[in-house]
Design a protein around this ligand. Structure first.
Ligand code: HEM
Length: 133
């Protein structure tokens, strides 16, 4: 049997197991601090303010791991590969993205199994976003 938390989401999800929204906000905030100082990645972001991009990635990851479905309410079906087509995601961009993500994941101090699960997904997802040699 699954139980629902106050926000109506399933309490047995990875999202709740690792600490809910605060943990995903911390992860993505730290990630974007890295992006902000990255000479390759920063110019790829169309907006001057990285805040809205930070919000979109946070909401997506929360939804992916079983949290609130706010991302799809606001943005529709993720179709992430398609949404990345306007950007040149080559090997260098992939490596830089994952490098900043690794710093952010490590700072969460998750249980080793949860950390591995999150990291494996990010590695897989980043590889699937590459659209340029
Ligand atoms: C592999 C290297 C990657 C690069 C260089 C990259 C770059 C970008 C850029 C430039 C944007 C536009 C910023 C914005 O307006 O939101 C974006 C959006 C986004 N990216 Fe990535 N990305 C990468 C991988 C990933 C991965 C692995 C995920 C998911 C796990 C992801 C999830 C998203 C999401 C959710 C958005 C916002 C989509 C929307 O609703 O419009 N990205 N990415």
């Amino acid at each position: 049997m699954t139980e629902s938390g106050q926000d109506g989401t399933d309490r047995e999800t990875f999202f709740h197991a690792v600490g809910g929204e605060a943990v995903f906000r911390k992860l993505v905030h730290r990630f974007y601090q890295g992006v902000a100082g990255d000479e390759l990645l920063r110019p790829m972001y169309p907006e001057e303010d990285l805040g809205p991009a930070e919000e979109r990635l946070t909401l997506f990851l929360m939804q992916y791991w079983g949290g609130p479905r706010t991302y799809s309410e606001q943005r529709g079906h993720p179709r992430l590969r398609m949404r990345h087509v306007p950007f040149t995601v080559d090997r260098a961009a992939h490596d830089a993205w994952l490098r900043h993500m690794k710093v952010a994941v490590d700072e969460l101090d998750l249980e080793p199994q949860a950390r591995q699960q999150l990291w494996d997904y990010l590695v897989y997802a980043a590889a699937s976003m590459v659209n340029s040699a």
